[in-house]
Design a protein around this ligand. Structure first.
Ligand code: ADP
Ligand code: MG
Length: 245
């Protein structure tokens, strides 16, 4: 398998084609970006830490039967993934109120929600990923009804698996944003990343943010937060399967 041309570069990753049309290389970047590019900084080692965390999360989910694009780790900052056509909808799942849901609803930050919230956002940088509902998705032809059912069901399954595992390592899964895509064979796969860039991870005891909010809101050293996640997640790696049964 040979890495070939750059397919696209986003805020946190670069995607490369390979000599196998159904596979691509996902490289995690050290650049950090917030507020749609208004705030930027290079954080050395961030890409490698994200690659490590993402691999652990995808392995955990695959072990529980979730279909993901992850194939294998290639290098400290790269993983091999199955190439998909990304659906232009991001699914945000929330357990604890934080970020824009607080501005939209007036719920106080840090409130544990009485029921899990599942939101659909239209993936469009210029429009700042607006919240959309089923009727917008159907009206714009963004995804089929069955596809929407699958991705929302998978988002809830992922929430259950990750929340339970993370709880066992003293981390609260506050919220997270997933992307899905269609593989060449038509299968819907969980794609993109599961890292502290698209998930809020709080220390369950102190409520300290361990994720990219440290950069967004100047809450502390980013690498220190990511390292805490890695230490807890990897230390429990061998027992992961037992813990989430
Ligand atoms: P963004 O700035 O849109 O968040 P990222 O840096 O997170 O971009 O990721 C780069 C791009 O790679 C995104 O458009 C994402 O949807 C896409 N992508 C992720 N996984 C896959 C995949 N398996 N196949 C094709 N594209 C993918
Ligand atoms: Mg992204």
């Amino acid at each position: 398998m040979q890495k070939t041309t750059l397919i696209c570069e986003g805020k946190t990753k670069r995607l490369f084609a390979t000599d196998e049309p159904e596979l691509c290389v996902m490289e995690f970047k050290d650049e950090a970006m917030a507020f749609y590019g208004l705030k930027r900084r290079t954080i050395k080692g961030k890409g490698e830490m994200n690659n490590l965390i993402c691999e652990q999360m995808f392995r955990l989910l695959a072990g529980r039967g979730v279909a993901t694009h992850f194939v294998r780790r290639l290098s400290p900052s790269e993983m091999l993934v199955r190439r998909v056509d990304i659906l232009p909808i991001a699914i945000v799942t929330r357990n604890i109120a934080a970020g824009d849901v607080c501005e939209r609803t007036g719920i106080a930050p840090g409130t544990r929600l009485k029921a899990t919230v599942v939101e659909c956002h239209y993936k469009n940088n210029e429009l700042r990923d607006p919240l959309v509902n089923y009727t917008h998705i159907a009206a714009m032809g963004l995804a089929g009804h069955e596809e929407m059912e699958i991705i929302q069901r998978v988002a809830l399954t992922v929430n259950g698996i990750l929340s339970t595992f993370l709880q066992s390592v003293n981390i609260d899964l506050v919220d997270f944003k997933l992307e899905f895509g269609r593989a060449a064979n038509g299968e819907i796969l969980l794609a993109d990343e599961i890292t502290p860039e698209n998930c809020r991870f709080w220390d369950a005891r102190t409520h300290e943010a361990l994720d990219l909010d440290r950069f967004r809101q100047d809450l502390g050293d980013v690498r220190e937060g990511y390292q805490k996640i890695i230490t807890r997640v990897l230390r429990n790696d061998r027992n992961t399967e037992d813990k989430i049964q």
